[in-house]
Design a protein around this ligand. Structure first.
Ligand code: 6R9
Length: 686
């Protein structure tokens, strides 16, 4: 079906978009937009046009009560928002709550026998585990009892988790939350050394890990990293008390790395002593920390972003319900790793707070083949799907026709993590979503807890390549480098900031409050003495354009904007143009120093399997960039490469490419998923 036809039909079928069109005050160039399917709108959680008025800036902060009212509180809060110590905002002050209770116990009456977690092992001959809410309740309680009674953990203690994607990971997080213990989950792909830094910084009492896990056909020894992590942290000044090890196969230790007597504890054995035990959830102040999530900044040291219990949980519950459109009967699959913020907010806490069934899968999207995600979707009846542009590009590259072979139906899909090229968005919409699903492009960060910009799925049109307006309650603004606010809808690039605080925002950087203030509020704070939140816009560190329709298009991190002869070019704009050339599957642009123009873009592209690199393709790529953006953006060179250097989470490491292009040392590349690529790229760049 052509896009034009489908848009026309959908607009005839429903009129509910009128008010939101007014809200974003535009004249829509019809061909740039897609409409949510009428079938989606008919069942959506949020179809009420008044939502924008309810969350206008003059309703701040009381509008956020609606978020917290999705939760069960032991004691209702007295003060919705406390700004007495800017920018250390406090939400729902005086309230007491437990995150585990809200994600587990309160669902038992209505949903006891419903799956909370579907765990899909990588080996396809292994049985999928369906963990019901009742089972989750039992397992979380038993493990919480062990943490409390055998390890002596109490509210406020920190614990580092270095766990792969298994059902035991949410079980561990929830057991910590039940006790008020602060968890800090480190992405399993990170090295033992990276884990050590996080144990040290958080002064964790325990390290909780797993013996092994499957990835790309290999059973990886994971316990080995725990030994490095423990030893390095101890060497640098913090010795954890114990290492708790879950078994990938209960009853069998699947690692060649020896256990350390007196330090290592096999959880599957030790927890047996707590069979049938129940632990009362600890009634925590809303403002107590729920977890730390370390994120990399511009400097080397990772930042421990500290998230609260009440504000965070309220924020992810509301956004899961209204932006992800999760109903309790939905089977929801977010393909991210729980080791990233997306997994915390939108695999564990948001969906479980709403009593959904959330899929946890082991492995990588394209192994053993690019049909795996669609088999999982078909087998489990997944109807909400959530992933990143990188995964979408990989699936499009290795199996563009795979989705059509499987009988699944998504009502809703999300893209998150990087800007998505319109070409890739359209494949996602047409091939993965089969034209039946609404798509939200959600822009946010580790620091922000949950979504900042996105369309409201039943109320806004979708625009490929743009995240959308601020979600209800979020008021973004664009500043230039001198701190001047750009006019709304100016179409000019600048630094995107959020005018108002919101409950999901992180509270501080663990043990580095000055760095928190400086990094996020230093640049645009109007008066450091002011107690008025209006003087403290939050700086996200991303470049963005506010288009005439009020949709924000994220250009990437501020340092990803290439300034060519005084013109700001978004790396993503150039890359999107390159991707229009049919044989190109991935593109990454980096700035190269140039005597005349300051910087010029150099473009790396990889091609579809089987396509030979040629001068002709390189020329077509350069022509496409010039055609889509103008000669100002013309790449200095187009380099056709066998693969891109990537992080373990799949993001292209443009920093490495930029160093190579500028004949600088790329530094430590050992944490890349494919460090071996760097040498062959260096040879190509010469
Ligand atoms: C959630 C997450 C945050 C950075 C952020 C921005 C980029 C995230 C995006 C997006 C364009 C989107 N980003 N979502 N860019 N469109 N929909 O990814 O958190 O890992 O902290 O990364 O990712 O640059 O500043 P995190």
């Amino acid at each position: 079906m052509s896009r034009d036809k489908s848009s026309r039909r959908a607009s005839a079928e429903q009129q509910t978009l009128d008010v939101s069109e007014a809200q974003i005050a535009v004249h829509w160039p019809e061909e740039d937009y897609f409409l949510p399917p009428a079938s989606f709108i008919a069942q959506a959680n949020l179809t009420d046009q008044d939502v924008f008025a309810r969350f206008s800036l003059d309703k701040f902060p009381e509008c956020f009560k609606e978020f917290a009212d999705l939760l069960d509180w032991y004691k209702y809060w007295e003060t919705t928002f406390d700004a007495s110590d800017p920018p250390f905002w406090r939400w729902f002050v005086g309230g007491t709550i437990n995150a585990c209770y809200n994600c587990v116990d309160r669902h038992l009456t209505a949903y006891r026998n419903k799956a909370a977690i579907h765990f899909v092992p990588e080996p396809e001959d292994e049985t999928v585990q369906h963990v019901t809410y009742q089972e989750l309740y039992v397992r979380v309680n038993e493990f919480a009892a062990m943490l409390r009674d055998s390890c002596g953990l109490k509210a406020g203690d920190r614990v580092t988790l270095h766990m792969p994607m298994v059902a035991e990971l949410p079980i561990t997080m929830l057991a910590c939350a039940r006790l008020g213990v602060i968890h800090s989950q480190v992405f399993s792909g990170f090295s033992g050394a990276a884990c050590a830094d996080r144990i040290l910084d958080s002064e964790s009492r325990l390290l909780i890990t797993m013996d092994a896990y499957w990835r790309g056909g290999k059973l990886i020894d994971h316990k080995e990293k725990a030994d490095t992590a423990f030893a390095e942290a101890a060497e640098k000044g913090h010795q954890a008390e114990k290492v708790l090890i879950w078994q990938r196969y209960s009853g069998k230790y699947s690692s060649p790395t020896k256990l350390v007597e007196g330090r290592d504890v096999i959880v599957n054995e030790a927890v047996k002593a707590f069979r049938g035990k129940r632990v009362e959830p600890v009634q925590m102040p809303a403002e107590a920390p729920l977890f730390l999530m370390y994120s990399s900044g511009t400097t080397g040291r990772p930042k421990g972003c500290q998230h609260s219990i009440g504000g965070y949980l309220a924020y992810v519950a509301w956004t899961s319900k209204y932006i992800q459109d999760i109903h309790p009967e939905d089977v929801y699959w977010c393909m991210a790793d729980i080791g990233w913020i997306t997994g915390h907010s939108y695999i564990v806490y948001g969906p479980l707070a709403l009593a959904a069934s959330s899929v946890v899968y082991e492995g990588v999207p394209v192994y053993p083949d690019a049909g795996r995600p669609w088999r999982i979707a078909e087998n489990l009846g997944v109807n909400i799907f959530h992933t990143s542009p990188t995964a979408i590009r990989a699936l499009r590259r290795s199996g563009p026709d795979e989705p059509a072979k499987y009988n699944y139906h998504f009502k809703h899909m999300t893209t998150v993590g990087e800007p998505i090229e319109p070409e890739v968005w359209k494949w996602y919409h047409r091939s993965v979503g089969k034209g039946e699903a609404v798509i939200v492009d959600t822009w946010w960060q580790t620091e922000t807890g949950g979504f900042l910009c996105s369309t409201v799925p039943a109320l806004h049109k979708m625009k490929p390549g743009s995240a959308g307006p601020g979600i209800p309650g979020i008021h973004p603004v664009i500043y230039d480098d001198d701190g001047n606010e750009l006019a709304r809808g100016s179409g000019k690039a600048g630094n995107i900031c959020i005018l108002n605080p919101w409950p999901g925002a992180f509270q501080t950087i663990w043990k580095a409050p000055e760095r928190y203030v400086k990094t996020y509020y230093g640049r645009y704070c109007r008066d450091p003495k002011s107690k008025d939140w209006r003087d403290w816009p939050y700086m996200a560190g991303d470049g963005a354009v506010d288009a005439a329709d009020g949709y924000f298009r994220i250009l990437g991190r501020i340092d990803d904007v290439i300034n060519v002869a005084g013109h700001r070019l978004g790396t993503k704009e150039i890359e999107s143009a390159a991707l229009l050339v049919p044989d190109v599957v991935e593109a990454a642009v980096v700035p190269v120093a140039d005597e005349i123009k300051g910087r010029v873009p150099e473009l790396y592209v990889s091609l579809k399997p089987g396509v030979e690199a040629s001068e002709d393709i390189a020329k077509r790529v350069a022509d496409s960039v010039v055609e889509r953006i103008g000669s100002i953006a013309k790449p200095h060179r187009v380099l056709i490469v066998p693969d891109m250097p990537k992080t373990r989470s799949g993001k292209i490491m443009r920093r490495v490419l930029a160093s190579l292009s500028n004949h600088q040392d790329p530094g430590d590349v050992s944490t890349l998923a494919n460090p071996e690529i760097v040498d062959s790229l260096r040879a190509l760049v010469k």
